[in-house]
Structures are given as structure tokens and as C-alpha cells.
Design a protein around this ligand. Structure first.
Ligand code: 2RA
Length: 337
């Protein structure tokens, strides 16, 4: 199957190439796509070099699926053009996530809603994905009333320039562009994406609105504080969840242990709990510090960590693509032939 990766030279784009290769996605031809200034560059895929092409050439090549990770404005402008050509777009930006005509998909939760008519499919925000993967099975069993979440997010979520800023500050390297308004090394910024009139950031409101849309339940109340920290391996989240129904703690652990895409790492006596350092490069969502909130009934505390470039972006997008192929939901010239 012909696959285009739009934004192939970025941090998420290169992770998508890695994940496609590792998972042995059936790629008959890879079409790496990027903006004008990267056209002609080479990217590596499964030991072969591919030349980056522009958008028009990519559409003309008619891939079955285009995985986009090129930012919201590129996606708004170009995803419809790909879709009109019959190419199914899996989009990593925030452009289409809250559009009522587009599905917002985490495969473990709602890939079964996809149909061949879904030509632009939205991949949720990284911090939302890891939280809902862990919470949906608990919602199904106990019904969530309210979520209070604080995040500890990796600089990789901002992109390559942010990783460069962190290491430049650490090593004293001069002349590196700053993408954050303050130093990030040895610091913590309670500020991800831009501030809105209600005092929250866009990242915080993504967690509120996307969680409800993916879970298919607008009654869930969510409040979030999203924070950037100087790590690179993944995003961490302290999550407090209040349920409608009483729960048994050992049953909660059982549900999470059996949940698709979740690995429980919860053995405080042996100092075992999820960390970005150990989640780095993995496709699963790691859950630990599972304990009752003793200040209020029917309420649970947990700690959720995942590699934001993997399950939070590339892996989730590739899993959507895998589902589309498996269920024959895309137009592929090769399959028709
Ligand atoms: C971040 N949520 O970590 C973003 C990435 N999409 O900033």
C-alpha cells in the first residue's frame, strides 16, 4: 500500500517512519512529503533512502493513506485536497479534532466507528490520548463523574527546536533560537500552547473537550493544568478521578492490567512506577501509583506516563492506519488491481 507521510522531516514525522517500519506496516511505496524548504532532502525508511516531495506530487502519486504531522494551518489547507483525491488523511494536528463531522480516534476506544466515508480522521492531542486509554475501561465499569489532571509534559511535544533550546541551556551553547518565553532547563512552565480568555491554555481545554468527544460522554467534567518540564522521554500525568459508582481497588488494578494498550507498573515497595525515562520508545501507556483518594468517596488517584511522540502521536496514527487497512476502509489502487 502506498503511504504518504506529510511532515516527514519533523520529530513526529520521523517517529511515524520508525513506527511504520517496526510494526511492519504493509508499505509498498513510501512518499515522504514536506514543505518547500525540505523538498529534495532524503529520509531513511527500512534501510532505503527516499526523496522528500511536495504536496502536489504527493497527491498525484495517489497514496491510499496520508499521515499528516505538519501543523494545523497546513492541515486545514491541504487535508481536504488529499481527501478530495480519495486519499484517507490521518491528521495529527488540532485542526479537525473538534469538527463535529470528523472522528477523533484512539483505536483502543473508538476505531470501530470508522467507515470508508471518513476521509479526514483526527488523531487526538498527546496528553489526552494517554489519559483516555487508561480511563476508558474504568469509565465503562464505574462511570466517571469528574477528572482533575495535572500534566508534566516533555519538551519533545513542542518539537525539535524545543529540544535544542533545552540542550543549549544545559550546555551553554549560544545562538540557539528560544521557543519558550522563559528558560526550560532547571525550570517548570505552567504554560502549554496559548492562553485563552477563560484563563486556561489551549492545551488544557484540549484535555477537557477531546476527552468528552473520545469517550462519547459530554457529562464528564474535566479540569486540567498542563505544565512543561525539562524531560524528553514522555508526558506524565497526575490524575484524580471521581466515579459515579463505588470501586474495589484490586478490581481497578485488574481492569487496568487487562486493558488494551495499558501496562500497570505499580509496586511502590520496590520503587516501581512509570517514568518518562522508562516509557521512552514504548508504544504502551504506563499506569502506577494507583490509590484511593482518602479525602473523598469513590475517588481514585493514579499516575499515567506515555511516550508522547509514540502513543501520543505516531503510534496512535499508525494504529488508525492499521485499522483502516485491516477493515478495508481505504481506496487502494493495489487492492483494486
Ligand atoms: C505538547 N500537546 O506537548 C503538545 C503536542 N501536541 O505541547
Amino acid at each position: 500500500m502506498k503511504i504518504a507521510v506529510v511532515g516527514a522531516t519533523g520529530l513526529v514525522g520521523s517517529e511515524i517512519l520508525k513506527v511504520l517500519a517496526e510494526r511492519n506496516f504493509p508499505v509498498s511505496e513510501l512518499i515522504p512529503v514536506a514543505s518547500e524548504r525540505s523538498v529534495g532532502k532524503q529520509v531513511e525508511f527500512k534501510g532505503k533512502s527516499y526523496t522528500v516531495v511536495g504536496f502536489e506530487d504527493a497527491i498525484a502519486a495517489k497514496p491510499a493513506i496520508a499521515i499528516f504531522s505538519a501543523g494545523g494551518s497546513t492541515s486545514l489547507a491541504l487535508a481536504p485536497k488529499f481527501a478530495e483525491a480519495g486519499i484517507t488523511v490521518v491528521d495529527n494536528s488540532s485542526a479537525w479534532r473538534m469538527d463535529p463531522s470528523k472522528k477523533l480516534v484512539v483505536p483502543e476506544i473508538n476505531a470501530n466507528t470508522l467507515t470508508p466515508e471518513d476521509k479526514i480522521i483526527a488523531n487526538p492531542n498527546c496528553s489526552t490520548i494517554q489519559m483516555v486509554v487508561a480511563l476508558k475501561p474504568l469509565h465503562d465499569r464505574y462511570k466517571i463523574k469528574r477528572i482533575v489532571v495535572s500534566t508534566y509534559q516533555s519538551v519533545t511535544g513542542t518539537g525539535k527546536a524545543a529540544v535544542d533550546q533545552l540542550f543549549a541551556e544545559r550546555t551553554g551553547k549560544q545562538g540557539v533560537d528560544k521557543v519558550y518565553p522563559h528558560p526550560i532547563d532547571l525550570n517548570v512552565l505552567p504554560h502549554i500552547d496559548s492562553f485563552l480568555d477563560n484563563g486556561y491554555t489551549k492545551e488544557e481545554m484540549k484535555m477537557v473537550n477531546e476527552t468528552r468527544k473520545i469517550m462519547g460522554d459530554d457529562t464528564i467534567r474535566v479540569t486540567a493544568t498542563t505544565v512543561r518540564i525539562p524531560t524528553i522521554g514522555g508526558h506524565s500525568e497526575a490524575v484524580n478521578v471521581e466515579f459515579e459508582n463505588e470501586f474495589d481497588l484490586s478490581e481497578v488494578v485488574d481492569i487496568l492490567t487487562n486493558a488494551e494498550g495499558v501496562i500497570v507498573q505499580d509496586d511502590p515497595a520496590n520503587k516501581i512506577y512509570p517514568m518518562p525515562l522508562t516509557a521512552h520508545g514504548k508504544d504502551e501507556v504506563f499506569v502506577g501509583r494507583i490509590r484511593r483518594d482518602e479525602s473523598q468517596p469513590k475517588t481514585l488517584n493514579m499516575w499515567i506516563v506515555a511516550d508522547n511522540l509514540r502513543k501520543g502521536a505516531a503510534t496512535n496514527a499508525v494504529q488508525i492506519a492499521e485499522y483502516l487497512v485491516k477493515h478495508n476502509l481505504v481506496e487502494s489502487e493495489e487492492m483494486v488491481a
